[in-house]
Design a binder for this molecule. Structure first.
Ligand code: MRU
Length: 348
């Protein structure tokens, strides 16, 4: 089952709003289709959003080519990229992929719109393929690192940082998959991850499909699970990591990091280089996406609260770097991330 597939000029996205009950692919024929899919979380998870956005730029370029028009091709493409970028403000992989695509467009500008569109398609396919390889490299580095704590391991994860959040085996779940392949996973506790239940609907589903032992818990069971179930480590993904290692990830991760610190359980982040935003010094500058209040007041159309109930619905929170034991990347491990170790890691 692929999270996304590029076939004969159409992007097919596995509709994650329907999982795990229905496996339906959404055909995206235009960049607006992709934008809509990103907004409603039909495709979600920072790396997967980046890959989808890259293909959205190809679809946009193709339309601009066919349409012609008075404004220059590149100006129109830039406007579309800005619109796509706004679809999910926290996940920096989206911005990263769009920046890559625009750089490619500029590089081929002199060749004309059609040649640029062909180059953009090649670039999107390259970003897609690279994500697969990045996940595999990260999985090996992460498994080597976690095996140092205990063999086998009991782990806890939050949200979905799996194959469904990427084009490959996943970030945090990629590490777990590799540990399982080595026979080193006793149990994975998966937080259900309110309000949209990525843990229950996606992580539990993914791990069960791969016969990896998983136990689903509600988010408010995490502290007790960590205290009583012999959890060796927590491993999660990330949506944006500042230059000092402060990490934005699905709402609830910050709370987990406080529990982990209190209980002396190491917290690991698994994220590709494209999730780092070295232009910001710390997590206070990470934009936090706030989503529709109905996501909290209801689920799948069933009311959970009165419709007029006031709600706060941040989709992400920021875990301070002091609470993170290490960040696993495709280039290796950043131990005890901080304002010195993170920039130094990317300078080599
Ligand atoms: O709102 P979502 O489902 O896109 O949030 C996803 C997460 O927070 C993931 O943990 C993160 O993107 C890393 S995915 C490899």
């Amino acid at each position: 089952m692929d999270t996304l597939r590029w076939q004969a000029g159409t992007l097919f996205l596995l509709d994650q709003t329907k999982l795990p009950f229905e496996e339906i692919y959404l055909p995206c024929h235009s960049w607006q289709d992709v934008r809509q899919a990103i907004s409603v979380l039909a495709v979600r998870g920072a790396p997967a959003i980046g890959v989808a956005a890259a293909y959205a730029v190809v679809l946009a370029a193709r339309t601009l080519c066919q349409k012609g028009g008075d404004t220059p091709f590149l100006t129109d493409l830039e406007t579309i990229c800005r619109d796509l970028d706004a679809a999910r403000p926290t996940a920096v992989n989206l911005h990263w992929a769009l920046t890559q695509m625009m750089a490619c467009a500029r590089q081929h500008e002199a060749d004309g719109a059609e040649a640029t569109t062909a180059a953009l398609e090649e670039k999107a396919v390259a970003i897609h393929k690279a994500d697969i390889a990045i996940n595999t490299a990260m999985a090996r580095f992460g498994a080597d690192e976690l095996e140092k704590i205990s063999r086998p391991l009991t782990l806890l994860t939050h949200c979905n940082a799996g194959a469904l959040a990427t084009a490959g085996v996943g970030t945090a779940l990629g590490v777990i998959r590799e540990l399982h392949r080595r026979g080193q996973v006793s149990m994975v506790y998966a937080d259900e991850t309110r309000p949209l239940l990525q843990g229950a609907r996606l992580t539990a589903f993914e791990l069960m499909a791969d016969h990896i032992p998983v136990t689903l818990i509600t988010d408010n069971m995490a502290a007790w699970t960590l205290k009583t179930k012999g959890v060796d480590a927590i491993i999660v993904g990330a949506d944006r990591i500042a230059a000092n290692g402060d990490t934005a990830n699905k709402i609830g991760t910050y709370g987990l990091s406080l529990m982990a610190r209190e209980l002396d359980i190491p917290l690991y982040i698994a994220a590709p280089a494209s999730t780092f935003d070295l232009s910001i010094a710390d997590g206070s500058q990470i934009p936090i996406e706030e989503r529709n209040h109905d996501e909290v007041r209801s689920f799948r159309g069933a009311a959970a609260a009165l419709p007029e109930t006031p709600v706060f619905n941040p989709a992400f929170d920021v875990t301070p770097h002091e609470n993170i034991r290490a960040i696993v990347t495709e280039q290796g491990i950043i131990h005890r991330p901080d304002a010195i170790s993170v920039p130094a890691f990317f300078q080599h």
